[in-house]
Ligand binder design. Structure first.
Ligand code: ADP
Ligand code: ZN
Length: 216
């Protein structure tokens, strides 16, 4: 099974991806996570990408093309994938199509998480992450048991550099301008399943799971 998960910043792509991976044996490919790791390691890609990311802008297409092409060179992806945060532009969607075509693969379903901008602001400004194990929290809706500490591993929680109001405004406008057309692109192929993404984590995941059960 090959899946894409699309949604505005804060719609819950990361949280829902984690839950999907607990239940389905898929390779998770998050361009955001890959880029953040490149930034942490100060690789050439990281050094080029970090300014764009901090401002909330999309990073240049050739960078994304290269990290995706590199990811497809690892055969683990043959088991099925879950792409999260990619493709984010019409150009990336066309690029992905041509890569998949060459490999004899196809996308089975595009999950689009729908939510209104107001709720996103709460989710993004309240978001905290565990740098050690990757667990995601929210100080309003899903706080850790002890303030500022990861329930799972005890590490000190951090906030993403782009999780502030200024960057969020840019991320939202990038989303509406560039990523909305990606949804339309896949809609024309009849691949999109819309999921209402407001509500509790389990509730939203339940909606996704019933779609995925229908695919298996
Ligand atoms: P979110 O969807 O919450 O904004 P992501 O972790 O998916 O977060 O992405 C964080 C940042 O990484 C984006 O704002 C952008 O700068 C960069 N990025 C991630 N994926 C892509 C992509 N496919 N194309 C261009 N830029 C990307
Ligand atoms: Zn942790």
């Amino acid at each position: 099974m090959n899946l894409l998960i699309i949604g505005a910043p804060g719609a819950g792509k990361g949280t829902m991806s984690e839950l999907i991976l607990k239940n389905y044996h898929l390779v998770h490919v998050s361009t955001g996570d890959m880029l953040r790791e490149a930034v942490r390691n100060s690789t050439p890609v990281g050094l080029k990408a970090q300014e764009y990311m901090n401002r909330g802008e999309l990073v240049p297409e050739e960078i994304i093309h290269d990290i995706i092409a590199d990811r497809f060179s690892h055969s683990d992806i043959d088991a099925g994938f879950l792409f999260d945060g990619y493709p984010r532009t019409r150009n990336q969607a066309e690029d992905l199509d041509s890569i998949l075509k060459d490999m004899g693969k196809k996308i089975d379903c595009v999950i689009n998480l729908n939510i209104d901008d107001e709720e996103l602001i709460k989710r993004i400004t309240g978001r905290r992450l565990c740098p050690a194990c990757g667990e995601i929290y929210n100080v309003y809706s899903n706080p850790p048991k002890e303030e500022g500490k990861c329930d799972k591993c005890g590490a000190e929680l951090i906030q993403r550099k782009d999780d502030n109001l200024d960057s969020l405004k840019v991320r939202l406008s990038e989303y509406h301008k560039n990523t909305q057309p990606v949804i339309e692109y896949y809609e024309a192929m009849d691949l999109v399943r819309h999921v209402e993404a407001s509500g509790g984590i389990e509730e939203v995941y339940g909606r996704i799971n019933s779609i995925l059960e229908g695919l298996c």
